[in-house]
Ligand binder design. Structure first.
Ligand code: NAD
Ligand code: IPM
Ligand code: MN
Length: 354
């Protein structure tokens, strides 16, 4: 019998624990060969003992686990958001999870706010650079609290960082088909190189260079503002999009809207060959936390994405069960059902077990 894959579970804050317990339930019901270990890294833990990430926490995750499943971090009791920065951004940066893969897939036409969209029309992925850009926390404030206050927030783009994420996007395009079996054929880089010429210039040069190595793939470009219009005017045109950390954050919340909202969007934070982390795109949604209202399907689809990454075929069955829940409206209110978080997760698990 093959060895079980070892999964670290970090439910986090707010709705994180609610949706992650449904995702774990789905994994267990699918009988995928995994063993899970839970960690309490969260606002509650931080408020209790001041610890965000225990010492050597990231080294332990990389050494002892095949993948990490994370809920969300962010809690009004920690206004500085320091724990989220150290746990979530810490994991992405210190474990060097440089490709944030965010699939944008319309499961059922009932979920899309645009008219006349079918599942085949919305099936693209965003590859978001995940270890640098505007997120590196370079900068500072000067003369704070005075009328002359200055805040500087630098953006860092390295040749290595830009090149590896662009290459990841081309490799992804080459190796993956769309859900209808047709080949992926286009990689689009989005930036703001008309205004941010230094960073944009690097992205432009590297994109042109790397694209030459993949002559069979069509290389395209849009400025990020224009891309936002196109995403709601005609999302059919997109296949693989690669962009920087900040633009990737913004456009994937927009893209989540095409799939039925934040409750439906999955993601992976990946470094090929290293322990990678999987999380729904949404946050901790404090206003609906503890109310059994959060949509768990994004987290369950994230679990499926993680299993597929680990080579476990149960991913396909989990996705099929989610699709069936959507079709039969066994879902939470945000996507038109009248079930709670738990009832939705139970329905998916029962379907998987049957
Ligand atoms: P959010 O994603 O938590 O919520 C945005 C909106 O979407 C809210 O109306 C919320 O109710 C709704 N929503 C989100 N997930 C849902 C779900 N599963 N089912 C139904 N509705 C859902 O974003 P926000 O309000 O901007 O941020 C709240 C907190 O979460 C902040 O502290 C933020 O920093 C944090 N956050 C964390 C992550 C992460 O850990 N990956 C991601 C985004 C935001
Ligand atoms: C996300 C979130 C995070 C990000 C926040 C919580 C720092 O919005 O995962 O999309 O901006 O990356
Ligand atoms: Mn975000």
């Amino acid at each position: 019998m093959p060895q079980k894959k070892r999964i670290a579970i970090i439910p986090g804050d707010g709705i994180g624990p609610e949706v992650i317990s449904e995702a774990v339930k789905a994994i267990q019901a699918s009988q995928a060969a995994v063993e899970t270990t839970q960690f309490d890294w969260s606002a509650t833990r931080y408020l209790a003992d001041g610890v965000t990430v225990p010492s050597d926490g990231f080294a332990m995750l990389a050494r002892d686990f095949d993948a990490i499943l994370l809920g969300a971090l962010g809690d009004p009791r920690v206004p500085s958001n320091i724990h989220a920065k150290e746990i979530l951004l810490g994991m992405r940066f210190k474990m060097d999870l440089y490709a944030n893969l965010r699939p944008v897939r319309l499961l059922d036409e009932s979920l899309c706010p645009l008219k006349d969209m079918e599942p085949k029309d919305i099936d693209f992925v965003v590859v978001r650079e995940n270890t640098e850009g505007a997120y590196v926390d370079a900068g500072g404030v000067f003369k704070q609290g005075t009328p002359d206050e200055i805040a500087v927030q630098e953006e860092i783009n390295t040749r290595k960082g830009v090149e590896r994420v662009i290459r990841y996007a081309f490799e992804y395009c080459e190796r993956h088909t769309k859900h209808d079996g047709s080949p992926r054929q286009r990689v689009l880089m989005c930036d703001k190189s008309n205004a941010m010429t230094h960073a944009g210039g690097l992205w432009q040069r590297v994109f042109k260079e790397v694209s030459k190595e993949y002559p069979q793939i069509t290389a395209q470009h849009l400025y990020v503002d224009a891309l936002c219009t196109q995403m709601v005017r005609d999302p059919r045109q997109f296949d693989v999009i690669v962009t920087n950390n900040m633009f990737g954050d913004i456009i994937t919340d927009l893209a989540a809207g095409l799939q039925g909202g934040l409750g439906m969007a999955a993601s992976g934070n990946i470094h090929p060959g290293k322990t990678s982390m999987f999380e729904p795109v949404h946050g901790s949604a404090p206003p609906i936390a503890g109310k059994n209202m959060a949509n768990p399907l994004g987290a369950i689809l994230t679990a499926a994405m993680m299993l597929r990454h680990l080579g476990l075929e149960e991913a396909t069955r989990i996705e099929a069960a989610v699709l069936e829940a959507v079709r039969q409206k066994r879902t939470t209110q945000d996507i038109g059902g009248n079930c709670g978080t738990k009832e939705t997760g139970d329905w998916v698990a029962t379907r998987l077990a049957g």
